[in-house]
Design a protein around this ligand. Sequence first.
Ligand SMILES: N=c1c2ncn([C@@H]3O[C@H](COP(=O)(O)OP(=O)(O)OP(=O)(O)O)[C@@H](O)[C@H]3O)c2ncn1[C@@H]1O[C@H](COP(=O)(O)O)[C@@H](O)[C@H]1O
Length: 107
Amino acid sequence: MSDYTLNDLARLVASRAGTSPDSSYTAKLLAGGPAKAAKKLGEEAVEAAIAAVQGDKAGLTAEAADVLYHLMVVLQAGGVSLDAVMAELERRTAQSGLAEKAARRHT
Ligand SMILES: N=c1c2ncn([C@@H]3O[C@H](COP(=O)(O)OP(=O)(O)OP(=O)(O)O)[C@@H](O)[C@H]3O)c2ncn1[C@@H]1O[C@H](COP(=O)(O)O)[C@@H](O)[C@H]1O
């Protein structure tokens, strides 16, 4: 299992904010603004979906990496932290856990 995490990627993307677009692809994307970054994320998501439908595992791996990278760029451009996203997922998990417990009580 890889030791590289989404937190590592988010930190890398954040470190490029405000640096020269000439020396960093991430800085170039961020300098282009949220709409341009979001367009790129949408394109990569479609490419990942196509690879999944085609059963192309190598393609899906590469496109999923692109999706995660471009999602981190969009979060950075939109001023939303990865931590906020994870907290939202944690809240949903806690909520579904409570719902499961309630359902068990009623059976
Ligand atoms: N994931 C990427 C990544 N994907 C693509 N690219 C660059 O973008 C170029 C074009 O990529 P695409 O395949 O998306 O091609 P394209 O859609 O035709 O090009 P554009 O429309 O985006 O211009 C590549 O040749 C790379 O230079 C990337 N550059 C950087 N990253 C990540 O960002 C990190 C920091 O990179 P820098 O910001 O460049 O320091 C890297 O360590 C990687 O983790």
